[in-house]
Design a protein around this ligand. Structure first.
Ligand code: PLP
Length: 433
């Protein structure tokens, strides 16, 4: 195989001691193989074979400030010198919670965990406790972590989806508890009429709607005009909670999250990834009336929750993002906009049928003739995913690292020079394919 003899060797070795050679199944999707990396700095990442790449994977989204941001590293180093884990309270927790309360529209109170998957579970538990109901509604193609009750209809093949009006509740892993499947309803995203129909029949049994506010896990698809507002209205009408899963969109779409950007305030929201500058941290935030249930019998725990390192990194990342909000987000938007526009222009010039969707800080490319995609069904029935994977390998061979599922993340460390080199590479690969 191509340029990665050292990675190949390490991967072979890894398979003897690490199950499947990786620590997250998502990494098995990497083509042509899960590469081994040695260091990363700013917008660049370097593999074990000494190849450098402009990185649009960015740790699957967290590295909004780029790799190894000096202020984040300095804050961690300084805080770590005083201890790492107290199994008790420390001031940085309050500092970060106060920042989230100040910034995020729905955040009146916060709780911290280490991963997005955990805070999603806490949100669902809270919604059930608040309403006395069990069922929740989720949408096809959205990802809310890897636990049994939510790893449902995330990326099923077309033939497993079932009818559009009444989709299958499709588990996504062997060994998944089927007992949880009846606890959720699944619908295509962005179709308010279908949600209204469901609520007119079952609304009084539904504890919550959970939604990515922009469908980033499949296609970077924006909410249709009025869709999120419609979900908000239905939840209010039927006494259900609206949970926005902002694990990707949080801080990436702006300091107020997607809820600020789209102007719809949920009851609860989950944050992770970009919040902590590349360190593990996640937050459940929400309205006090619900969050107070943690004092009244709802359990949320975790040995490593709000450890010193995670909180120091988060405090530093949030401080950095707020240090010059207009310049920082202006730069992110400008880099993403140049990439999106440049790719569209190259596709047009080379006659390649490419669709670029999403927003500048998180956008998606697919090979398709259609001009608009609104949901997961539209994505998988119209897009040539295998062609995208070949394209991503072509980019990797030439020094640009992309996620194989089509989403591109940008960071504050990307520059116009990175954009220029990336666009040249896009053109080269498209002309060859
Ligand atoms: C929207 C969303 N929610 C939840 C999660 C789970 O987060 P984690 O991988 O930190 O458990 C992810 C992970 O990609 C995600 O994209």
């Amino acid at each position: 195989m191509g340029n990665w003899p050292r990675s190949e060797e390490l991967y072979r070795r890894a398979r003897n001691s690490l199950a499947a050679g990786v620590s997250s199944n998502v990494r098995l999707l990497a083509k042509p193989l899960p590469l081994f990396f040695e260091r990363a700095d700013g917008a660049m990442i370097y593999d074990a074979d000494g190849n450098g790449y402009i990185d649009y994977v960015l740790g699957q989204g967290p590295l909004l400030l780029g790799h190894s941001h000096p202020n984040v590293l300095a804050a961690v180093e300084q805080a770590m010198g005083r201890g790492q884990l107290f199994a008790g309270q420390h001031k940085l927790e309050i500092t970060v919670a106060e920042e989230l309360v100040k910034l995020i529209p729905c955040a009146e109170l916060c709780r911290f965990s280490l991963s997005g998957s955990e805070v999603v579970q806490a949100a669902i538990r809270l919604a059930r406790a608040a309403t006395g109901r069990t069922k929740f509604l989720r949408f096809e193609g959205h990802y809310h972590g890897w636990f049994d009750n939510v790893l449902i209809s995330v990326a099923p093949p077309l033939e497993k989806l079932g009818p559009r009006q009444c989709p299958n509740v499709a588990p996504s892993s062997q060994g998944q508890a089927h007992s949880t499947l009846s606890e959720c309803a699944v619908l295509p995203w962005n179709d308010l009429t279908l949600v209204e129909e469901l609520f007119s029949k079952e609304g009084s049994d539904i504890a919550a709607i959970i939604t990515e506010p922009m469908m980033c896990n499949n296609g970077a698809i924006k909410p249709a005009p009025g869709f999120l507002q419609g979900l908000r209205k239905l939840c209010d009408e039927y006494g259900a909670l609206l949970i926005m899963d902002e694990v990707i969109t949080g801080f990436r779409l702006g300091l107020k999250g997607a809820q600020g950007r789209f102007g719809v305030t949920p009851d609860l929201a989950t944050f992770g990834k970009a919040m902590a500058g590349g360190f593990p941290n996640a937050a459940l935030v929400g309205k006090a009336v619900y969050m107070r249930l943690f004092e009244e019998g709802v359990n949320h725990s975790g040995t490593f929750n709000s450890n010193v390192i995670s909180m120091a990194a988060t405090a530093a990342a949030l401080e950095q993002l707020q240090s010059d909000e207009a310049a920082i987000y202006g730069h992110l938007e400008s880099i993403g906009t140049s990439l999106m526009a440049g790719i569209r222009e190259i596709a047009q010039r080379t006659g390649v049928p490419l669709l670029v969707t999403g927003l500048p800080t998180a956008f998606h490319l697919s090979f398709t003739d259609v001009e608009k995609i609104e949901d997961y069904r539209g994505l998988i029935s119209n897009c040539d995913q295998k062609r995208y994977e070949r394209f991503a390998v072509g980019m990797l061979e030439r020094g640009v690292r992309l996620l194989e599922r089509g989403i591109w993340y940008v960071s504050t460390a990307h520059t116009d020079t990175h954009v220029e080199k990336t666009l040249e590479t896009v053109e080269e690969v498209l002309r060859e394919a």
